[in-house]
Design a protein around this ligand. Sequence first.
Ligand SMILES: Cc1cc2nc3c(=O)[nH]c(=O)nc-3n(C[C@H](O)[C@H](O)[C@H](O)COP(=O)(O)OP(=O)(O)OC[C@H]3O[C@@H](n4cnc5c(N)ncnc54)[C@H](O)[C@@H]3O)c2cc1C
Length: 498
Amino acid sequence: MISRRSFLRVSALAGAVAASGASCAAGASGAAARVSGAAGPRPADWSALGRGLAGTLIRPGDASYDNARRVFNSAFDSVRPAGVAYCSTAADVSECLAFARKFKVPVTSRSGGHSYAGWSTGTGLVVDVSPMSKVSYSGGHATVGAGARLVDVYAKLAAHGVSIPAGSCPTVGVAGLTLGGGIGVVSRQYGLTCDVLESLKVVTADGKTLTCSPTSHPDLYWASRGGGGGNFGVATSFTFRTHQTRSVTLFFLHWPWSKAAAVLKAWQSWAPSAPDALWSNCHLNHDPSLDVMVGGLYLGGRTACENLLQKLVDRIGSGPSSRYVATSAYDHAMMVEAGCASSSVAQCHRPGTLPGQNPGGKLVRDSFSAKSHFAYTPLTSAGIKALLAQVAAPGRHSVLLDALGGAVARVRPDATAFPHRKALFGVQYYAHFGGAAGWARTAHAAMRPYLGDHAYVNYADPELKNWRQQYYGANAARLAQVKAAYDPGRLFRLPQGV
Ligand SMILES: Cc1cc2nc3c(=O)[nH]c(=O)nc-3n(C[C@H](O)[C@H](O)[C@H](O)COP(=O)(O)OP(=O)(O)OC[C@H]3O[C@@H](n4cnc5c(N)ncnc54)[C@H](O)[C@@H]3O)c2cc1C
């Protein structure tokens, strides 16, 4: 089985949950099952909803209820939805929204269930789009159901020799990832997932299914590229521009902790300005022992990759203590980055028979805590020292730095709702086990003087105070206008809702 920690050892684009069970209860997840004073649905109303769906409604008491209600992070296991509707069609979604409007039941959208803050579950009606997971391809365009998991997107597109830039975690849903941006191992070459989004279908609060593109509902299309899931409607499908795949070179280089400052100083100037074809991360690990690793992927051959890596080694002034550099087929590289190098696609799922799961799945859920920053300027020597001190503090935790730049930076900050185009790299403070939230909070606070206040909406952090500015920057005002136009009654509510 692939644990979250072993996954992180090979892939540092992964995330974490920035909330304890207590903050879970404070979120949308903790909203009352119906708005006070409204007549709530009777059991017969729920039964009627279930009968009206092409998909399946699962209610407390049903055999699969516990399995259906649990999201990726087990920190949110105490949340008990009144119903989980596995929607097979946009009409099912529309039916669920009509039910939510009629009975004033809080409604929550769910795709892969990886929201850091647990914002894809709640005590009302969970609208799960997992049954809509078809992936089809034609002439440079992929149409992907909003419930598809990344591992299936990669595998199904690989059969056509194409792919899209997307995240590493195999069970992340395409909907949450795309709507918040979508940072991945080929983003420096091909952009964020939202950058290759050509159109999407969204069921809005009034139950209508809208096709959004540059020419149809352009504002909603703009907001759906980085504005964050759960804000504007329920997406049911995405059409992406694809790229041709090719063989790639994977690398993982380790240095002893005594070289960490030199590695970080060299990496932060090398990685964001490397050729677009080279993506890398720097992983400062204290889990259980101290280690520094630079890993990544090059869209090219091994010799060219080795030449680029040598430039990093030259800047550091000493070679790695261990190194792995090897060519790989593109689809296998995605499985390696997913932590599924020795698994089949079926195994690289959560086990089970519900939509989104696989009977042969081997992946386990996780419980963890994290916070994040974007670095717009390189860390100073004092910043590097402060960061390494946080990593070296007692406990089991990691800091993951993911290179940006390249194609991500060539898009204007206001061209999509994702504003962090000029950031050099992302930073995540990630920890397991008891006390983890405390470490992440301390590390995040310690680095604020050096990194400022920029955060990624896909790494939702319920503790952020000025989250609008941190997630959206100057795009926040336009997002609020789109929200007012498409969900004036605020059917879709999040604790950090636009
Ligand atoms: C292990 C792990 C690895 C990750 N790796 C990466 C990575 O490599 N790159 C990266 O950029 N991010 C990564 N992330 C962050 C990830 O992109 C976000 O957590 C994303 O929101 C998850 O999407 P989801 O569909 O799985 O989650 P969900 O929890 O289902 O949804 C996330 C949010 O979107 C909303 N939503 C879900 N479905 C819909 C829909 N159909 N329509 C409208 N709103 C919807 C939900 O209500 C929720 O607010 C990772 C997260 C984890 C936990």
